[in-house]
Write a protein that binds this ligand. Sequence first.
Ligand SMILES: [Zn+2]
Length: 470
Amino acid sequence: MSFETLAQQILEKGREFDEMSWAGKKERTNRLLRKQIELCAKFHPFYRKMFQECGINPMDIRSVDDLECLPLTKKQAYMAQPEDFKLQLNEGSGYERVIYDITYTTGTTTGVPTPFYSTTHDILAVMEQFIRTCRFYGIHPSRDVLINLYPMSMVPHIGFRNSTMIGWPAGIPVINTLPGSQYNEFPMSNPLDWCVEVIEHFKGTVVRGVSSFIRKVVMRAQELNKDYSSMRFVFCLGEATPKMMREDIRRRFQSLGAKGIKVFTNYGFTEMQYSTFECAENGAYHNFMSDYVFFEIVEPETGRRVQDGREGHVAMTHVNRRGTILLRYLTGDLCSVKHDRCPMCEREGQRFTMMPYRTADLVKIKGTLINPQLIQQELAAVPWVGEYQVVFSKEDPADPLSLDTLIVRVAPEKNAPSQEIMEAVIKRQIKAVVEITPRVEITATPEDIFNPEKSLKAARIVDERPRLEG
Ligand SMILES: [Zn+2]
């Protein structure tokens, strides 16, 4: 049999689920959920106790629609006792019992990373999702080369792990570039220019990484006049990537010969173990693994589910896992979901209608709530803006009661106009979207704002204001 035929066979794995109607998908999900709940009732320290204390009969949960009778799980509960969320399985095969992998949540609440355990069963399930992704985008072993621009960080990170492994099941080559900060004992990280060279040398077709870093790489590639005509897809992950940021990244790749390049983002996090993907740029975020994680949109006070298309809090339920398991877990994000046929790609199944967002992302300045992403969008749209940072500060930093002030720091590119014009343009653009005129600071070098050799993400939004008690 030829390479092509065998590759095609591999890429068929799990296809039945893709092609099911929502009713079919839901039936499979329900069957797996019943098994998951049964395991939790027997072997999950946190949920076994919860079922007993709340008088919940696990047999009553027959379908995803019955999830409403379970209380919501708060992030704090999992972060306080992560070991209690790990299944203590004493039956089944080694696939289900052996811990194969640990990733960590970033610990936004406590500052301490929380371990999330996966058994071999769980990792193989994620492998199947990788095949679904390749099929979804038409990524193929005979034509694609994946470039992983994630750093190997001190704490095992889901973005790095998935970008390393995504090519495994379908035999698609992955080049890991290992950028990022250095561990002095074993300095294994590589410089920015290595990442830039690798894409050209291996004729990379798909790049995955943190948006700011990808932008950094392509900006450097422009300086070195690289040939990136092989590039087909950019996956901007790990941080908010406003529309204009995508456009900026696209323009830069196009200038290096990547004519038809597509720039996608996703919605994913450690506890999900994988991510939803856009069917089109700025399209819906499809959960093509709803037989693995199921999402509900809920009212956080009552746990009641809201109607399809209505906005509410995102709650996630694992349906087919054996390591760490979370049921109706509040992610802290807001969004709406739909299950009917997607108007853009005609797929049926669970999808977020837009990128879920966090209420905590809104910032109050001078008494007005604003969305800093709007400012980011404006800045990313200015062609001569290289790196940028939005800072919320005080007029007199020594006086916590002085007026709030908005500072925009910009590192210009070579083609920038005079300082006077730069300041005037930025002030006008920002005022137009948030009705506040910023103070503009022009920095000497881009590294004054973002140095990829020191940190994984650019700190685009910084709130320097002291928190006042009471
Ligand atoms: Zn779609």
